[in-house]
Write a protein that binds this ligand. Structure first.
Ligand code: SAH
Length: 346
């Protein structure tokens, strides 16, 4: 029997967060423990897998962050959820001529998936890399630069639904061989949402907020930058009028029921960038953004870099570079957002 069904049979309906946590991280059956999610034969393709341009631009950003930190002799370069290791490889190639940066970077990868860790070990075999299962186990004693592309959307969310003017937690039940949504009897207090209507849903990703709190704590202590890129939304908290369910499943590049093929399907939720931003601000950080991915990539020179690549390319390669540029800046360009969190430089 599926561990989720066992749990519901035993304890009754479970939260969306518990459902995601078991489906994604169960020690033997979790999606982010053993499946290969990425690439043509996987379930989805990410920006670094679309083109080297993405990791190279992040490389330019990271070198600049390192310069802003005063070119520290040693620093921790941390990536959360590195996938196949492609972004890190492209970033390191873009920075290979900056000797002091290369010598000083102590690379730490945070990865829950043993299969992907082995792919990363192969991709980055020429570099000195340390792996961790979570961010909390990294020992920091130098300035820090953190990057995370499509990491936060994996983290479990809780959902709350407005019923008769009160917020109730949205729960998942199982009966007659079928999963379905229900809600808690007791109401929850989740802050004011002036414009929410009956049936609207608010999502809160508590693990994401914990990660931001931890990042803020270590950046404050050792100084540094964190660059977070993900698909998500940003609403002015005082003026928000859109509330909805973003809990979704993707399998083999198509939307899929969240209740089917559990453990073999990617479950995600859109990232609430306002919540990340507010948490970082409350923890005494500087915050830049969120910007659209398009804006970020253009500001950091993706057009110039793609012209440089095209100058040496065959016509087929030129066509591919143009396609990649369109996907990164037009299609994913608006949906994806970028936020920079940094310590206050004294
Ligand atoms: N950044 C990569 C991969 C994105 S997919 C890219 O852009 O291509 C999400 C990545 O985060 C995968 O490597 C996945 O295994 C990892 N991951 C998901 N949840 C995690 C968690 N809680 N802790 C550590 N790694 C996690």
């Amino acid at each position: 029997m599926l561990p989720i069904i066992e749990l519901i049979d035993k304890n009754g309906p479970i939260s969306v967060a518990k459902f995601m946590e078991i489906a994604l991280y169960h020690p033997t059956q979790g999606y982010y423990i053993k499946q290969n999610p990425l690439g043509i034969n996987g379930d989805f393709i990410t920006s670094p897998e679309i083109s080297q341009l993405f990791g190279e631009i992040i490389g330019i950003y990271v070198i600049n962050a390192w310069l802003n930190l005063g070119s520290p002799e040693k620093f921790n370069l941390i990536e959360l959820g590195p996938g196949k290791g492609t972004l890190m490889l492209d970033l390191l190639r873009a920075s290979k001529h900056v000797d002091a940066f290369n010598k000083g970077a102590q690379i730490h990868l945070v990865e829950s998936n043993d299969y992907l860790k082995s792919v990363q070990q192969n991709t980055l075999k020429n570099f000195n890399v340390t792996w961790h299962r979570d961010l909390y186990s990294i020992q920091n004693d130098t300035p820090i630069i953190i990057i995370a592309n499509e990491f936060f959307d994996c983290l479990p969310i809780n959902q709350y639904i407005k019923v008769q003017n009160q917020w109730h937690e949205r729960l998942i039940a199982f009966n007659n061989n079928e999963f379905y949504f229900t809600q808690s009897n007791t109401p929850y207090s989740i802050g004011t949402h002036h414009n929410a209507k009956e049936g609207d849903i608010v999502e809160i990703c508590y693990p994401a907020l914990e990660v931001i709190e931890h990042i803020s704590k270590i950046l404050k202590k050792f100084s540094g930058y964190a660059l977070i890129i993900d698909y998500g939304y940003y609403y002015d908290p005082l003026n928000r009028s859109i509330y909805g369910d973003t809990f979704q499943a993707i399998r083999k590049h198509k939307y899929h029921s969240v209740f089917k093929n559990i453990g073999k399907t990617d479950l995600t939720a859109h990232v609430d960038f306002n919540n990340l931003k507010q948490t970082a601000l409350e923890n005494d950080m500087n915050v830049n953004g969120p910007f659209s991915q398009k804006q970020f990539l253009i500001d950091w020179g993706i057009n110039i870099r793609s012209e440089m690549l095209k100058a040496k390319a065959t016509s087929k390669e030129k066509h591919e570079i143009n396609l990649a540029l369109t996907r990164l800046t037009k299609e994913m360009g608006e949906l994806f957002k970028v936020i920079e969190i940094s310590s206050k430089q004294s």
